[in-house]
Design a protein around this ligand. Structure first.
Ligand code: ZN
Length: 127
């Protein structure tokens, strides 16, 4: 494996995405939305199960709160990402995808490839 130098940046990566790249991204986004929804559903089902077990058990003196917090945080992050991805799909439908929502410049392909949910260009994006 060649680890000596990184290849020079492909100039095409600084261009806005082509139609083919957009279609590829749309598929990736749709897949990820599907996956996130399944994960959230599974997590919700688990949560309901543990809540009802709790109610039956009665003694909630020392619940593993830290664990609950961790899973709550990761669920919240998944939900946020789900919303971002859904917004990206919506802007694709509206034909606005790949355009920075702040300055209206085209977002380079490299950025969209790394972060399909990006709705702002590198300069305007705080994410
Ligand atoms: Zn911008």
């Amino acid at each position: 494996m060649n680890t000596s130098t990184l290849p020079p940046p492909d100039p095409r990566n600084l261009e806005p995405p082509t139609i083919d790249q957009l279609i590829e991204l749309e598929v990736r986004i749709a897949d990820e939305i599907q996956l996130l929804k399944e994960e959230l559903n599974a997590a919700n089902a688990e949560l309901e199960e543990s809540t009802s077990t709790h109610a039956i058990g009665g003694s909630s003196r020392h619940a593993p709160e830290s664990l609950d917090e961790v899973s709550a945080t990761s669920m919240r992050l998944r939900e946020e990402r789900l919303h971002l991805l859904e917004a990206a799909l919506e802007s694709m439908d509206a034909g606005l995808y790949g355009e920075c929502e702040v300055c209206r410049e085209s977002i380079p392909w490299a950025r969209l490839d790394a972060q399909p949910e990006a709705l702002t260009c590198t300069r305007c994006g705080s994410v």
